[in-house]
Design a protein around this ligand. Sequence first.
Ligand SMILES: [Zn+2]
Length: 398
Amino acid sequence: MIADLLIRNARPFGGPLEDLFIRDGRFVAADSVRAAVEIDAAGHVAMPGLVEAHTHLDKTLIGMDWFENRVGPTRNDRILADRDAKRELGINARRQSARQIMQTLAYGVLSIRSHVDVDTEIGIANIEGVLETREAMRDLVDVQIVAFPQSGMLPRAGTLELMDAALSAGADIVGGIDPASIERDPVRHLDAIFALADRHAKPIDIHLHEPGDLGAFCLDLIIERTRALSLQGRVMVSHAYCLGMLDASRQAGLIERLAAVRIAVMTVGSPSAPALPLRLMRASGLTVASGSDGIQGTWEPYGNGDMLERAKYLAQRNGMANDVDLEYAARVCTFGGADGIGLGGYGLSDGCFGDLVLVPARTLAEAVALTPHKRTVIRRGRVVVDGGELAGDLPVIE
Ligand SMILES: [Zn+2]
């Protein structure tokens, strides 16, 4: 049983000073309460747990030997290198996913959606590995698992059946991948993954890197199927680079149609892809989430998984500098992510889960711009990170 926790002098989401009270793992009204444990937040910003809406926990190389990256420049080069590396380096999905979770917990990442590879070489072994980690770490972090056909689904016989097996084994979400450039058959790929989602009653998350008109065409197919199967609020499109490549009127029309069927868009603010029109997306009411994508892996050696830093990259990629825009970037990496991946009980209001991150900053804009690392992280009313250091009883990773 966890003792009641009183957090004095916090600034919930950058607002005025308030006391926050957590009882039985949830925020409750703080009026005239006494608690066994008290923390003085010293006027720092309190954010709800940071949301990592798109990563690849099974493939990070954190803690392993340095991977000498000789991978070619195309997406297919990367897919092949990635599949070879899984075999040659013996990447253990259970151990590696635990390492990434522990690393990002220190930043305050308390909810993670991870795409996990399913293919004809490894079968669903990576899904099983990440499921084990999720169970071992359930008191620290929420993990959603997307069954992800990284190597392609239609061109590789047997993958669709493995996707089905992954969903039966406990994967939460149906993944999809470039319906045209990788799958070579957009209608058949999308029909297949929407049918899986329908049969298993699970949401969908599609990696869509297709450019310009091709991407817009795929988005329209996704919108049609979302509406036909009444999956409003249960579909996310990851990357959607095409939204940054269309002329202004087509861009606006497509964003409006996405918002109308409540399809969420996840963007990492990649420096090597066209920037998505974040201001237009915000104005349309579209749900926008963000993620680190793969960190320290064979695709890219970069990244640490800090979602507050991600908010800064997003803002920079969109030429944002004023405080209101930085607050929006912070919102994308918290409430936007929570909405996009469908978290319940999320936020700092009474009744929500008692999860928060105290960031040593006086405003949200300052938190995003400076990304201070000495954060205190509270999960269900228990301090799990103190001044940037993991605290208390934590699982051992082997
Ligand atoms: Zn990805």
